[in-house]
Unconditional design. Structure first.
Ligand code: DQA
Length: 148
């Protein structure tokens, strides 16, 4: 257990376009809505949340490294990098914080290239297909784990 009181929320490529991006798949919820929901859920447990989004793999890795200094867990939707990035999975392993992976859509019901996640192997839990609510589930999971 750690006495740190902050979660890191990481959103990867193209998730800044939520709201208008393929609404038939991702709905009309915006990234701002998601960050608000995750922040409010963390606050229920007395936790702060730092929300970051980038379309650049290296920037995401830098943010994950930074979490080592002041966070007690990482909620991550790495977007398409989920399916390609050993480097992000390695960064998550390196910082050795509990990780909750989120996908708005059910990646297992979509194209086969979305079925494999490099993140899942280093995540405590994975939420897929629950839309924005999945982020609240992930935050709650990490917050409750922190208390136990
Ligand atoms: C996603 C699923 C990924 O396959 C896709 O590349 C995304 C979003 C999701 O939240 O459902 O960008 O991570």
């Amino acid at each position: 257990m750690t006495d740190r009181r902050r979660l890191l929320l990481v959103n990867g490529p193209n998730l800044n376009l939520l709201g208008t991006r393929e609404p038939d798949i991702y709905g009309t919820v915006t990234l701002a809505d998601i960050e608000k929901l995750a922040t409010a859920t963390a606050a229920e447990f007395g936790l702060d949340l730092r929300a970051v989004q980038s379309n650049h793999e290296g920037a995401l890795i830098d943010e994950i490294h930074r979490a080592r200094l002041d966070c007690c867990g990482v909620v991550i939707n790495a977007g398409a990098l989920t399916h390609t990035s050993v480097a992000i999975a390695d960064a998550l392993s390196a910082v050795d914080l509990p990780v909750a992976e989120v996908h708005l859509s059910n990646i297992h019901r979509r194209e086969s290239f979305r079925h494999h996640s490099y993140i899942s192997a280093v995540a405590e839990m994975v939420v897929v297909g629950a839309g924005a609510e999945g982020y609240a589930v992930a935050v709650r999971h990490l917050a409750q784990g922190r208390q136990s």
